[in-house]
Structures are given as C-alpha cells and as structure tokens.
Write a protein that binds this ligand. Structure first.
Ligand code: TXA
Ligand code: MG
Length: 505
C-alpha cells in the first residue's frame, strides 16, 4: 500500500492561541481560519497534533487536563468535518531527557509505523524552532508560523527556513511542496526560474486563491500581446494586473479614491479587483484602451512570491482558452495550454475557486462589474451601496459580462433544485447539495454535501470540467441559493448556459 504524507501540527500557538497552561476545553481559542485551512489540507495529508506539555512534569497541569483539552479540540474539529488521526503529547521537561520531546523524532516514527506515513513527504508546522528541526530530523519539511511564540524565537531558526504569518499561509506552501517532492529548494528554484521568465517577457502560469492566471510583465506590451494570442482572447478585453503591495498600486494609478483604499485595506490580499484611473506606466494593450486599470493583490503565497521575485506587476487573465471554464488546478492548465508557456507553477487546487469581484472606481459612483469571491454584501458593508452594471449591456466592458462565458463544450441548462427536467439522451447533473435519490442522470456532481456555498464555489469549475469530459448530451445545473457566494455561482452558471433552456436546446 502506498505510504501517505502526514501533516504534524503543533498545538499551542499554531492551531490554537497560546494562553499558557490550558486545563479546560472552554479555555481553547482557535486561531482564525484553522478549520477552513485544515479542511483544505486533509484531502492530501493525514493530520496529526504533536505537542510538548512540560507543565505536566512541572506539576502545573495533569495529564487528564491535557487530554481533556485535546479531546475538546478534536471534537470541535470533527464537528466541522476535520479528522485528526492521532495526537502525540510529551509530558516531560527538557532536562528529563525523555525520548519523545520535540525535536526528537520518536512520535513521528510511531505515526509512520502505525498509520503508514511516509515521513520524507511529511510536513511539521509550528511556532517554535524545534518544530522545524523535528521535520529536518526525519527528512521532511518544516514550516515556521509567526503566531504564538513565533516572533520570540525567530532568531534561533535554522537558516533557509520557511517562515509564514499563520497556518493559513502555510497551507499554500504545503500544497505546493506536495508537488515539488517536498523540497523547499526545488520550489524556490522554480520560483526563481519563473521570476526570470517574467522579466524576459515570457509567460508563466501561477496559482491564485481564485483561479490559475496566465501571467506576463504588465509593463511589457510585447509579452502582453503573447498572452492575448495564447489565450485566443480578443484585444478589446482588458487584463487584471496583479501587485504585491499597496505601494506598487500607487505607482500605477493617477488616483486612489478613499473608498477604494478602504476596500483594499479590508480585502487585500484577496479576491477583489479594483479598477482605478491609470497612469502611463501601464501600456494601452493591458487595459484595451480603457481609462482604468484593474488591480488586485492575490491571496496566495506562490503568486505573491512570484510578483516579488519578478520585480514587476504581472498582468494575468485566467489561464484557459477564451470562453472556456477557468482552471482551478495546474492539471486543468496543462491539458489546455501546456506547451505554450514557459513555466507552470503548481500550487494545488485553488482555495476560493471563482474569480475575483470587480469594483470600478472610474466613474463617480463605484460599480460592481463582476460578482466574485468577495460577496457584494461585504463590499457594501465597507463602502455603502454600490451600483451594479446591467447584465446585458450592449458593449461589454468586462467579458465576465459577455452573455456566454465560463462555458463547458457540452450544452448546459439551468434548473431549480426541485424542478423535474425531462430531456432525452445522456444527461448529467450539477447538483448543489446531496443528489436526488431517484433519478435518470448518467453522471452527477455534487458541489457540497453539506450545502456550503464556499465549498460549492471551490468545487464549481472542477465539477463542470469532469461533467464536460463525460460525453454527455446535456448538463443540467441546479441554481444555488442566491446569497453570498451563491450570487457569484449563479452568475457563472448563467454564463455557462449562454441563455439555453430545455426548450431551446
Ligand atoms: O480572480 C481573478 O480575477 C482571476 C485571477 C487570475 O486573478 N483573473 C481573471 O481574469 O478572472 P480574466 O481576464 O479572466 O477576467 C478579467 C475581467 C474581465 O472581465 C475584464 O474585462 C475585466 O476583468 N477588466 C480587466 N481590466 C479592466 C478594465 N481596465 N476595465 C474594465 N474591466 C476590466
Ligand atoms: Mg507552539
């Protein structure tokens, strides 16, 4: 049987706040995003908790206290659908010279034997240098987080260690490392190569939290022309420019209105694109001659590392042939653009899974040009009511506004979830929640067993691609609740249907 990769998580300061000796479950405070992050990682890693609790040897805690707290953590995570395979506790002091205290690898060997874990493919995440050393001691990869005691011991870290703000950011590296032999040197080398390629005017595909982008130097008109060519995209359709800090934004625009700045402060890095009046550093080809430039700071560690490494802003549309479904894995890209780009950075599946929300600040009133990864309600919570551009505008200002877009090759029609659709032939179903018990579908894709809109968004494009590969006559797609990310999902489904209905197939 194939050995699996393990993810060994330090407890205090890494998944929960470090609040000294914890005796009770009610004292546990999870670090924000822990649950979502672990959900994302558990598809590819077996999860463990590994913790030193010297308070037991000191008499400040009992082993019963520690186990109670651990059980609380495990059951809280289990309720959210996250499985922790095992928990390892060292109750000793360093001077006890036990076998099990970090960075000694005793517990990792135990996990390897009991749970069939390949330690060379495994990762340890923690807020103490011992966590990184622990990984190094078994030929795995250690990642240091700056939560908990992270800031305090930063100086003691082995050189070349990977340091990230939180577990959430560690996840981007973890999923990428799984694709580069679990060797940070390999991944860093690939990032250098990709940065160099961008500077040379070549194309690089990179992951973002929304979808994969097909990137080129935003200040190099010739490189941008290649992007249009490779994607088969009409020149009237402008590109989003990806930046790594606010200063870079300021260097590309004439004006940064206060409301736009507030959105940036709240949602960057993240799935939000701002259209701001451009200055002349951005060539016309990028904006298709429009007065505004679209800017966004992606919430993905590889994307940010690439922008920094290349030293230039990177213009990138989604890395799919024009009009087709956006890619949310590197394999999606390889299948369609493989030969045509210099580097494909593989960061694993995209977290959000639908494109960014686009808000324009070119006119008096801010307007949403495309619903996306940040729900409209959240935008309005920060800057008050925003206008929305008419869906069926004649001259599309944003191809997200073209009537047919994000489409599979197979005809797709929309239906309400309780609607009976009778069509003959090989029919597939894209279902929001659990699939109907009695049905005649040849193939069914469920976006979220628990009817979670975020999960549904992250699965949307992969599911559509799988259905599109099944040689179906028709795909029936169920509309989802029209709130939060549901608005974005329904928007993409409408575009994918191109206005088709059961009658007009
Ligand atoms: O999440 C995303 O936004 C992804 C990732 C790769 O960042 N990118 C993306 O790019 O979806 P693309 O090219 O597939 O869609 C960009 C949209 C288009 O609808 C385009 O018309 C609009 O942004 N856009 C770009 N620049 C614009 C501008 N200057 N004025 C108006 N619309 C603009
Ligand atoms: Mg810790």
């Amino acid at each position: 049987m194939k050995r699996r990769a393990g993810l060994f998580l330090d407890r205090d300061g890494t998944i929960i706040e470090d609040c000294g000796h914890l005796r009770n479950g009610w004292q546990v405070a999870f670090i924000p995003d822990t649950v979502e992050t672990l959900k994302r990682l558990q598809d590819e890693f077996v999860l463990f908790i590994i913790t030193n609790q010297s308070g037991v040897a000191d008499g400040a805690l009992t082993l019963g206290d520690v186990n109670g707290v651990n059980n609380h953590i495990i059951s809280h995570l289990a309720d959210a659908g996250v499985v922790i395979q095992d928990v390892y506790v060292c109750p000793h002091r360093r001077e006890d010279e036990c076998l099990c205290i970090k960075p000694k690898p005793h517990f990792l060997y135990q996990a390897a034997n009991r749970w069939n874990i390949d330690l060379s493919l495994s990762i340890v995440v923690g807020d103490h240098p011992h966590d990184v050393e622990l990984a190094n001691n078994v030929g795995g990869c250690g990642i240091y987080v700056l939560t908990g005691h992270g800031q305090k011991h930063l100086q003691e870290l082995p050189p070349e260690s990977l340091v990230v703000p939180r577990l959430k950011e560690a996840a981007d590296w973890i999923l990428a490392l799984a694709r580069y032999n679990n060797k940070i040197e390999n991944l860093k080398e690939e990032l250098r190569r990709a940065g160099e390629a961008i500077r040379q005017g070549q194309l690089v595909v990179f992951p973002t939290e929304t979808v994969y982008g097909l990137g080129a130097n935003a200040c190099d008109a010739q490189a941008i022309a290649r992007v249009f060519q490779v994607k088969g995209r009409p020149r009237f359709d402008p590109l989003i420019v990806h930046i790594a800090d606010i200063a870079q934004t300021e260097s590309l625009v004439e004006e940064f209105p206060a409301a736009a700045r507030r959105l940036a402060e709240n949602f960057w890095p993240g799935p939000l694109t701002l259209i701001l009046p451009k200055n002349n550093r951005i060539p016309e080809i990028v904006t298709a001659g429009l007065p505004g430039v679209a800017l966004r700071m992606p919430d993905n560690q590889l994307a940010m590392a690439l922008i920094r490494e290349s030293g230039v802003p990177i213009a990138a549309p989604s890395a799919n042939p024009f009009g087709y479904i956006s890619p949310t894995t590197a394999d999606h890209v390889r299948e369609q653009l493989g030969e045509k780009v210099s580097v494909i950075l593989d960061g694993g599946p995209c977290r959000v899974g639908v494109e960014s929300t686009i808000v324009s600040f070119v006119d008096e009133q801010p307007r949403i040009l495309r619903p996306g990864g940040i729900p409209m309600e959240e935008i309005e919570r920060i800057i008050g009511p925003v206008g929305q551009i008419e869906q069926e505008q004649r001259r599309p200002m944003s191809p997200g506004q073209l009537p047919r877009h994000y489409s599979p090759q197979t005809p797709l029609i929309l239906a309400d979830h309780d609607e009976q659709v009778t069509i003959s032939g090989r029919v597939g179903l894209l279902s929001f929640g659990p699939s109907p018990r009695f049905n005649s579908y040849v193939s069914i894709e469920v976006l979220s067993q628990s009817c979670d809109l975020n999960e549904a968004a992250s699965n949307l494009y992969s599911a559509l691609r799988r259905l599109d590969a099944k040689n179906l006559d028709v795909i029936v797609a169920h509309l989802v609740p029209n709130e939060g990310l549901g608005i974005t999902i329904n928007n993409r489904l409408r575009k994918a249907s191109g206005g088709r209905t059961a009658e007009k197939l």
